[in-house]
Design a protein around this ligand. Structure first.
Ligand SMILES: [Zn+2]
Length: 369
């Protein structure tokens, strides 16, 4: 069985509304896409539809403030990249729902929310996903006829509680969610986000009302962002520090990161903090090409019930500063015949064609071939 890699990137400015669309989205995405094209592989772009709708609502004001219309340059880029074969999927940060642009800055909701927390009724959640999907699908299919949006990633990875959100995805033929990071816990929002109980050593599983609980009859597949459990100090890579604290990142965002971490001052507590086990995502903007390859190669073989071997990697256009590192990573992947880069569109086509469940002998057979 060939190991498939999805190179996914979240396409958005900073969550608090700061940052320039051309600098954080348009330019880095174009550079990444060109590098992908050089190696003949698709980039999977998670399009933040909630933020984009804000840019549409305030197009006039933004044009006056910035000298250009961000929604328009985004539309042009989406069409161009879709025409060139890149993969687009849906991403929404509910904290941008109803965001207002006043006095030259955005006011968004202060806390990260899940789609479930935003709406009372299932009908509202269904409408929400349906309308956001339609906005993106219209743009993409104008350039790549017949292309559908079939995967979703929750803003700030907050897919819990998820009953309404997963039902809304299923009702709108979105068959993949890619928000889980095995082992992640996060207290940032109203609800504790807890992905510690997600299935282990699985590439994907079907879900119905909780992204962490397998339900064989669920209509949506969870395909997690691949991660490895390491000590927190392993996360302090030069690449990560450069990405998070680059001169481009707004000062208040940097302060937020440090506050959120809650770094203790007492030396004993500091040691405990640094040695605490945490999941490290396969983030190509936070890890070196060699570390990524090590983690990809050391992923255990898929479980017997996994329909395919797929690892989802993540990055953020706003953290893309180093073309050479990204290109070096694609070079290393290209040199390894057991790896291939695919978009979610291809993953979903393959899942649809695969029998359920795939037997162990089947997977061993294709690995040997
Ligand atoms: Zn995001």
């Amino acid at each position: 069985m060939q190991r498939n890699l999805v190179i996914s990137v979240d396409y958005e400015i900073y969550g608090n509304g700061t940052g320039d669309v051309r600098q954080l989205m348009i330019e880095p995405t174009e550079r990444m896409a060109r590098i992908c094209e050089k190696y003949g592989v698709p980039l999977t772009i998670f399009f933040e539809a909630e933020e984009y709708l804000g840019f549409c609502r305030y197009a006039q004001e933004l044009k006056q403030s910035l000298g250009y219309d961000p929604a328009r340059v985004i539309r042009e880029q989406v069409r161009s990249l879709a025409r060139r074969g890149h993969d687009f999927q849906l991403h929404t940060h509910p904290k941008w729902f109803g965001a207002a642009f006043e006095g030259g800055r955005w006011s968004v909701r202060p806390e990260e929310l899940s789609a479930d927390e935003l709406f009372e009724s299932q009908a509202q959640a269904d409408d929400y996903i349906s309308s956001r999907k339609a906005v993106l699908e219209e743009m993409v299919s104008a350039a790549a006829p017949g292309r559908k949006i079939r995967a979703y990633r929750a803003g700030a990875l907050r897919a819990q509680p998820g009953g309404k959100m997963l039902a809304a995805l299923a009702a709108n033929n979105i068959v993949v969610d890619s928000s889980v990071v095995l082992g992640l816990q996060d207290y940032k929002g109203r609800h504790l986000l807890d992905y510690r109980r997600a299935p282990r050593n699985r590439r994907l599983w079907r879900v119905r009302d909780d992204v962490c609980r397998e339900d064989a009859d669920g209509a949506v597949w969870e395909i997690p962002i691949h991660s490895v459990m390491r000590r927190r100090f392993h996360q302090l890579t030069p690449e990560r520090l450069k990405a998070k604290f680059s001169s481009r990142a707004p000062k208040d965002r940097k302060r937020e990161i440090v506050q959120h971490l809650g770094i203790p001052k007492n030396p004993f507590q500091l040691a405990r903090f640094l040695f605490a086990p945490i999941p490290i995502k396969l983030d190509f903007h936070n890890l070196s090409p060699n570390a990524l390859m090590r983690y990809i190669r050391s992923a255990p073989p898929p479980a017997a019930d996994d329909a395919m071997d797929v690892l989802v990697l993540i990055g953020h256009t706003k953290e893309h500063t180093d073309d050479r590192a990204f290109e070096h990573f694609l070079q290393l992947v290209g040199q390894d015949s057991s790896l291939q880069v695919v978009g979610f569109d291809a993953v979903i086509d393959e899942l649809r064609n695969s029998p359920r469940p795939v037997s162990r002998s089947n997977s061993l057979c294709s690995t040997a071939g």
